[in-house]
Structures are given as structure tokens and as C-alpha cells.
Design a protein around this ligand. Structure first.
Ligand code: BJW
Length: 234
């Protein structure tokens, strides 16, 4: 069983989505904040955005949906989460098999790759002590260890996600607008491989008409119900 998650998964934990009603992109252009060009132009603005997000995430906890997925992992021999989220809430809920496609907001890396050993490291300060933060080793700018528009996704997680999407019995898609590539194509790979695909999202998306089942509900409502159903069949 494979579950692909997006920002809506963490909405009930109080973390704003990107494109929803109160989505982040309502007030900011993606090009201003989540591209390598934006970072070169104004690292301070980009880091203010990430500092704000880190504060929100630090105050948040996994919701009923995250917890239900963590329980599902215990029921099945093979259960994987592919997430576009960078908040770490799946792991905080207890999920172990998590593939992060867009990085991890709690990691930073040196923009000069100063030395291999120290160029990528966790930084949990909330708020950050220095804005923008600099590499403790060489003094160059640090950047968040996330994937921005125009950047390629890390090879290993992407390959694992492609492989898993086409080789499973159930593919559950939760809380993603299915607009950002390449993650948006994963449900299509699953469908092409004749995998039974279920979408959970209060709003329809570009994949709603092609999935096998559409559940118009919040993650925190639908996933605990799905878990309950699963337990009755095991
Ligand atoms: C609920 C809910 C509740 C609410 N319960 N649900 C092919 C064609 C066209 C363009 C491209 C293409 N291939 C690549 C591109 C370019 C680009 C792209 O896709 N652009 C599109 C906008 C068209 N992709 C890329 O650049 C990617 N790189 C790449 O492909 O490299 C190769 C390449 C490069 C250039 C050209 C061609 C090839 C990289 C994408 C990186 C995305 N990065 C971000 C920021 C990450 C760091 C951070 O978090 O700050 O990732 S952008 C942002 O969008 C973030 C998200 O992970 C991602 C997806 O958003 P998501 O998760 O779907 O959230 P929302 O807000 O959109 O939707 C929330 C949903 O939840 C809604 O549907 C709600 O209804 C629902 N919801 N409450 C359940 N309670």
C-alpha cells in the first residue's frame, strides 16, 4: 500500500497549504520565494518566509490523519508514504517508511558546499538566531534543504516513488492539488499500472475524474475511518 501526501495532509495541524483558500501563494508569488533565482535576488526575504514556516511547524503536532497512517504502517507488511511535505509530521506521528520528495525544512546546506561532511546539517533553532543564516564552517550563505521550482528532485527518492507508485495494490492520494510535477504524475503512473487509486481531498483536483474512488473529505476525518475499515478486514 502506498500513500502520496501533500500540504492538505498537514492543514489540520495548522500548517497553511500552498494553493488552498488560505494558501501561502495567495499572498506571495512562488517565484518570489521558492526558486533559486528568488534566493539569489533576496536571500533575506526567502529566509523570512522559511523562518515563519519553521515557527508554524515547530508549534504543530501530527493530526488524526498522520496518526491513522502511522497505524496503517503497523498493519501491513509493506506500507509506504511518499510525501511532498517538508514538515516531518509523518515521522513525528511514528511513520517509518517515508519518502520525502521535496526535502526537509529542518535541514540546511552551505551554498558553497564548503566541505562534504559539514555542508548539510540539521538546524532546529526557532526562530533562527541569524537571518539569513551563514555556514559556521566557511561563512557562505546557508539555504533550506528543500526543492524549489526549477530544481530537479533528488534521484533516489524520486526513483523509489516512481517504482512504488506502479507496484502496489492500493494507492491513496491525500491533500495534494496534484499540480506540481513530477509528484502530480505519480497517481497517473499508478492508474496506468491498474493500481486501485483513491483520492482524499475536500476539493476536486485534476485527478479526481480519473481515480477509482474520490472521497470528498478532510484527511483527519477520512483516514481514521479508512483505518477502522482496514482493521475489520484483517
Ligand atoms: C486538504 C485539506 C485537508 C486542504 N485534508 N486535503 C511539467 C509540466 C509543467 C511544468 C513542469 C513540468 N515538470 C516540472 C515542471 C515545473 C514545476 C511545476 O510542476 N510547475 C507547476 C506549477 C506547473 N516543477 C518543478 O520545478 C519541480 N522540478 C522538476 O520537475 O525538475 C525537473 C524540471 C525542471 C524544470 C522544468 C522541467 C523539468 C520541482 C517542484 C518543487 C516544488 N517545491 C515546493 C516548495 C517545497 C519547499 C517548501 O515547502 O517550501 O513544494 S512548491 C509547493 O508545491 C511545495 C509542495 O510540496 C508542492 C505541491 O503542493 P501541494 O502539496 O499539492 O499543496 P497545495 O497547496 O497545492 O494543495 C493542497 C491541497 O490540499 C488542496 O487540493 C486542498 O483542497 C487540499 N486540502 N485541506 C485533505 N484537511
Amino acid at each position: 500500500m502506498v500513500c502520496l501526501t501533500g500540504a492538505g495532509m498537514s492543514a489540520e495541524s495548522g500548517i497553511p497549504t500552498f494553493r488552498g483558500e488560505d494558501g501561502i501563494w495567495k499572498n506571495h508569488q512562488p517565484e518570489e520565494l521558492a526558486t533559486p533565482g528568488a534566493f539569489v535576488r533576496d536571500p533575506n526575504l526567502v529566509w523570512e518566509f522559511y523562518n515563519w514556516r519553521r515557527e508554524k511547524i515547530a508549534k504543530s503536532s501530527p493530526n488524526k490523519g498522520h496518526k491513522a497512517l502511522a497505524e496503517m504502517e503497523k498493519l501491513y507488511k509493506e506500507f509506504y508514504i511518499i510525501t511532498q511535505n517538508v514538515d516531518g509530521l509523518h515521522q513525528k506521528a511514528g511513520s517509518k517508511n517515508v519518502i520525502e520528495l521535496h526535502g526537509d525544512i529542518w535541514y540546511v546546506r552551505c551554498t558553497e558546499h564548503c566541505t562534504k561532511e559539514t555542508s548539510l546539517f540539521s538546524l532546529y533553532d526557532v526562530p533562527l538566531k541569524e537571518l539569513p543564516p551563514h555556514c559556521p564552517n566557511c561563512g557562505a550563505l546557508l539555504r533550506p534543504h528543500v526543492i524549489w521550482f526549477g530544481e530537479t528532485l533528488p534521484e533516489a527518492p524520486l526513483e523509489a516513488a516512481l517504482e512504488l507508485s506502479a507496484n502496489n495494490d492500493f494507492f491513496i492520494v491525500v491533500g495534494t492539488s496534484a499540480m506540481v510535477q513530477p509528484a502530480a504524475s505519480l497517481p497517473r503512473y499508478a492508474l496506468r499500472a491498474k493500481v486501485h487509486t483513491i483520492e482524499i481531498n475536500p476539493e476536486p483536483t485534476p485527478i479526481t475524474d480519473i481515480v477509482n474512488e474520490y472521497v470528498p473529505a478532510n484527511a483527519g476525518e477520512a483516514l481514521p475511518l479508512l483505518l477502522k475499515e482496514m482493521k475489520t478486514y484483517l
